[in-house]
Ligand binder design. Structure first.
Ligand code: SF4
Length: 202
């Protein structure tokens, strides 16, 4: 009958309203929300030798995204991009020192610009970016340390560049490290993430 909504369409509208997405702009069952995550959340094999915390991925985090209908944008590993899988660098140089050179910074800022452009395009399509999820507190590329103004200098070099590129485009979202180096820190970060995903839209 004209004007009557079928059951599948009704379910899809309810799902969109629950997800906090603006239903008018969404053409199908997509929730319209996503997070940008560092490479190793989905693929631990990109980590430096000795640094993996899971055989494959941080499944608990992905499960939360799945349960809440939130998409995941995977950002390439800045260390692999700048230094290769072996993290090649002169003897006696730390990964942080190798990334914090003109060439290393340029590699991180080029990557940040390309990720920020992709995010901007997704936002223009009507999606909403909820957060950028980074890494462990000592990660040279992806650590997140911040105060009320934004990321601090001890943050990973890629994270700093990404926040700068996003802000240049008028995009200001929470950055949070998913600190899987310890179960206690990870539990705290996953709780923060759960709260973020289930918060009612302002
Ligand atoms: S640089 Fe970032 S993406 Fe790459 S392994 Fe380290 S934390 Fe993960």
């Amino acid at each position: 009958m004209a004007g009557q909504m079928s059951l599948p369409s009704l379910k899809s509208v309810i799902r969109k309203i629950r997800s906090g997405a603006t239903s008018a702009a969404l053409p199908d069952c997509r929730g319209g929300r996503f997070v940008a995550v560092i490479d190793c959340i989905l693929n631990q094999n990109v980590r430096d030798r000795g640094a993996a915390s899971f055989p494959g991925m941080n499944f608990e985090l992905l499960q939360l995204c799945h349960e809440q209908g939130v998409g995941v944008m995977q950002m390439p590993c800045p260390e692999v991009l700048a230094l290769g899988f072996e993290r090649k660098r002169p003897a006696g140089t730390t990964i942080r020192q190798a990334l914090d050179t003109e060439a290393g910074r340029r590699s991180c800022s080029d990557l940040a610009a390309s990720v920020a452009e992709r995010i901007q395009a997704a936002l223009a399509e009507g999606s909403r970016l909820l957060a950028v999820l980074g890494g462990n507190p000592l990660s040279p590329g992806c650590a997140v340390h911040d105060d009320e103004r934004g990321l601090l200098l001890e943050s990973g070099i890629f994270m700093q560049e990404l926040q700068r590129e996003l802000r240049l485009r008028g995009i200001d979202v929470p950055f949070r490290g998913m600190r899987d180096a310890s179960p206690e820190m990870l539990a705290e970060d996953l709780q923060w993430f759960r709260n973020l995903l289930t918060a009612k839209p302002a």
